[in-house]
Write a protein that binds this ligand. Structure first.
Ligand SMILES: Cc1cc2nc3c(=O)[nH]c(=O)nc-3n(C[C@H](O)[C@H](O)[C@H](O)COP(=O)(O)OP(=O)(O)OC[C@H]3O[C@@H](n4cnc5c(N)ncnc54)[C@H](O)[C@@H]3O)c2cc1C
Length: 381
C-alpha cells in the first residue's frame, strides 16, 4: 500500500527491519524506562551501522543519501522506536548549519567525526525567552581580542547534556539592542564555562535525552564563528525547514505502528463472542487512522521530493509537519481506544509508549501553531 517505493527505499526499509530485530527491539523498552542518561554505547552502535550521518555528505564520511531516502530511514526507525529515530535525526539537524554555512576548515574539523557518531553534535537555539520567538536570543558573545566570551543559557537542547560540540545561536556584541541580530558560533562542550545538564522526567522519547546548557564566561576563539555575523537566524530557519520533514516522518512511522498494532489486536481480541474487528465502531476507527496516515505520508514524501529537486519546500515542510504530527496523535489515540486497558498499561502493548513518544512531534522544531503561522503567512503574503 506504499506509494512510489523505489528499490533503494525498499532496501532501507529492509535494512532497518533487520537492524530493529537484532538491535532495537531487544533494548528499546529498557532505554525508555531506566536511564534519563544519554545512551552513548547505543548511539555508537547506530553510528557503526551507518544510521548516524545517513544524509550527510559522502566526502565527509556520511551516507550521502537523498532526503527521500533519509525520511524513509526516519519513518522506519520511528516505526520500531521513535527515540532511536530521534537519535539519528538530531545529528543531521545539528550539522546542517556546518554543512551549509561553515568554512572548509570547520567542516573538515567537525564533520568527519559527526558522520560516524564519534562525536555528538547539538543544535542550540531555544532559550527560556526564545522558544517560538526564536529570534529573541538573550545569550551574548562579547568580543575580547581574539575570543568570544559567551554568557547565557540554552534549554530543551537534544543531546545538550551529552554533546561534544554545539552549534550555538546567540547575539554577538550587541548587548544593548532589544531585537538582536542572531549569529551562530561552534562551541565545544569541553570548553571551560560550558556545562550541560539532563532535563528530568521527560514524557516520551526518553532514550534520546534533552538538556539545558549553561554558558558562564565560556571563551572560544573568534574563528569559531559560523558564517556571517547577523545571519544566524536565517541559518537556523533554513535548518528547521528540512528538519520539519524529518519530524513529519517520525509522525508517519509512529502512526503506521499504531495502525498495524490496532489491526492485529482488533482481529485477535474477542468480545461478545467475536473479534472486535467485526464491530463497525472499530472498523471506522481503523478506516480513519489509515486515511489520516496515507495523507500524512504523501505530504511528507512530497516535501522531501521538492527538497531533493532543489525547489522551494518551506510551505510543504510546515504543512507536512503540522498534518503528520497531528495525524499521528489521532492514530495513537485511536489505537489506545481500540486496545483499551491493554493499551493503557505498558506491560501489555507498546501503545502507551507510542502515545508518549508521539506528543513532542507537535512541539519541537516549531509547534503546530507556529506551522500554522508559516502556512497562513505564505498564503496571505
Ligand atoms: C523534547 C524536546 C526537544 C527539543 N529539542 C530542541 C533542540 O535540539 N534544539 C533547540 O534549539 N530547541 C529544541 N526544543 C525546543 C522547541 O523547539 C521549543 O520547545 C518549541 O519551539 C516551543 O517553544 P516553547 O517551548 O518555549 O513554547 P512557547 O514559545 O512559550 O509557546 C507556548 C505556547 O504558545 C504558542 N505560541 C507562541 N507564540 C505563538 C504565536 N506567535 N502564535 C500562536 N501561538 C503561539 C505555542 O504554539 C505554544 O502553544 C526541544 C523541545 C523539546 C520539548
Amino acid at each position: 500500500m506504499r506509494y512510489n517505493v523505489d528499490p533503494k527505499q525498499q532496501a532501507i526499509r529492509d535494512f532497518v527491519k533487520d537492524f530493529a530485530e537484532k538491535e532495537i527491539n531487544p533494548v528499546c523498552r529498557d532505554l525508555d524506562r531506566v536511564p534519563e542518561k544519554f545512551p552513548v554505547e547505543y548511539y555508537r552502535k547506530l553510528g557503526k551501522a551507518g544510521l548516524i550521518g545517513f544524509a550527510m555528505p559522502k566526502e565527509y564520511g556520511g551516507g550521502g543519501h537523498s532526503n527521500i531516502e533519509y525520511i524513509t530511514l526516519i519513518e522506519e526507525l520511528a516505526y520500531y522506536d521513535a527515540p532511536t529515530a530521534l537519535l539519528a535525526a538530531v545529528p543531521e539537524l545539528a550539522v546542517y548549519p556546518i554543512i551549509h554555512f561553515a568554512s572548509d576548515e570547520q567542516k573538515n574539523k567537525y564533520l568527519p567525526k559527526c558522520t560516524t557518531g564519534e562525536i555528538i553534535p547539538a543544535f542550540a537555539l531555544t532559550e527560556r525567552m526564545a522558544g517560538s520567538d526564536a529570534a529573541n536570543q538573550q545569550t551574548i558573545a562579547r568580543i575580547e581580542g581574539n575570543e568570544f566570551v559567551i554568557n547565557g543559557e540554552k534549554i530543551f537542547i537534544m543531546h545538550g547534556d551529552a554533546c561534544d560540540v554545539a552549534v550555538l545561536f546567540c547575539r554577538i556584541g550587541d548587548e544593548a539592542s532589544e531585537r538582536p541580530k542572531v549569529s551562530a558560533i561552534i562551541v565545544e562542550s569541553k570548553t571551560p564555562g560550558f556545562k550541560g545538564f539532563t532535563l528530568k522526567h521527560k514524557m516520551g522519547m526518553r532514550a534520546a535525552t534533552t538538556g539545558r546548557i549553561e554558558l558562564k564566561d565560556c571563551r572560544v576563539p573568534v574563528s569559531n564563528q559560523l558564517g556571517e555575523i547577523g545571519k544566524g537566524f536565517r541559518y537556523a530557519m533554513a535548518t528547521l525547514d528540512g528538519a520539519r520533514i524529518g519530524v513529519a516522518a517520525q509522525g508517519v512511522g509512529i502512526a503506521q505502528r499504531a495502525l498495524d498494532e490496532s489491526i492485529s489486536y482488533a482481529k485477535s481480541r474477542i468480545a461478545f463472542g467475536a473479534p472486535i474487528a467485526k464491530l463497525q465502531a472499530i472498523q471506522w476507527m481503523i478506516a480513519d487512522m489509515a486515511t489520516q496516515l496515507e495523507a500524512a505520508r504523501l505530504m511528507t514524501y512530497k516535501a522531501a521530493q521538492l527538497q531533493d529537486k532543489g525547489e522551494k519546500f518551506s510551505l510543504e515542510a510546515s504543512q507536512a509537519k503540522l498534518f503528520a504530527s497531528e495525524a499521528s496523535r489521532f492514530c495513537v489515540d485511536r489505537a489506545m481506544q481500540i486496545h483499551a486497558g491493554y493499551g493503557y498499561i505498558g506491560e501489555f502493548s507498546i501503545i502507551e509508549k507510542l502515545y508518549r513518544d508521539q506528543r513532542v512531534t507537535e512541539i519541537y522544531e516549531g509547534t503546530s501553531e507556529v506551522q500554522r503561522l508559516v502556512i497562513a503567512g505564505t498564503y496571505l503574503r
